[in-house]
Design a protein around this ligand. Structure first.
Ligand code: CU
Length: 80
């Protein structure tokens, strides 16, 4: 692995949150919209069947707690 390319590794974090309450495509869309609206979030993918939400974000722009809060504000429960 060479050092640095387009994005230093420290500027991005990938996490998977366990989220309960999602049951259909609408839920998926609602969660993705809520999280995607946050600054610094480059990718969000909700997996309704497995109750997971995958998020790529820049920790210097948005805190993990803000992401959790956005999901909760949309009406779903973050398990971890
Ligand atoms: Cu739904």
């Amino acid at each position: 692995m060479s050092t640095g390319c387009c994005e230093p590794i420290s500027s991005r974090s990938d996490i998977v949150l366990k989220v309960s309450g999602m049951s259909c495509g609408h839920c998926k869309g609602a969660v993705e919209k809520a999280v995607g609206a946050l600054p610094g979030v480059s990718k969000v993918e909700a997996d309704v069947e497995n109750g997971k939400v995958e998020v790529s974000y820049n920790p210097s722009k948005v805190k993990l707690n803000d992401i959790k809060q956005a999901i909760e504000d949309a009406g779903y429960d973050v398990q971890e």
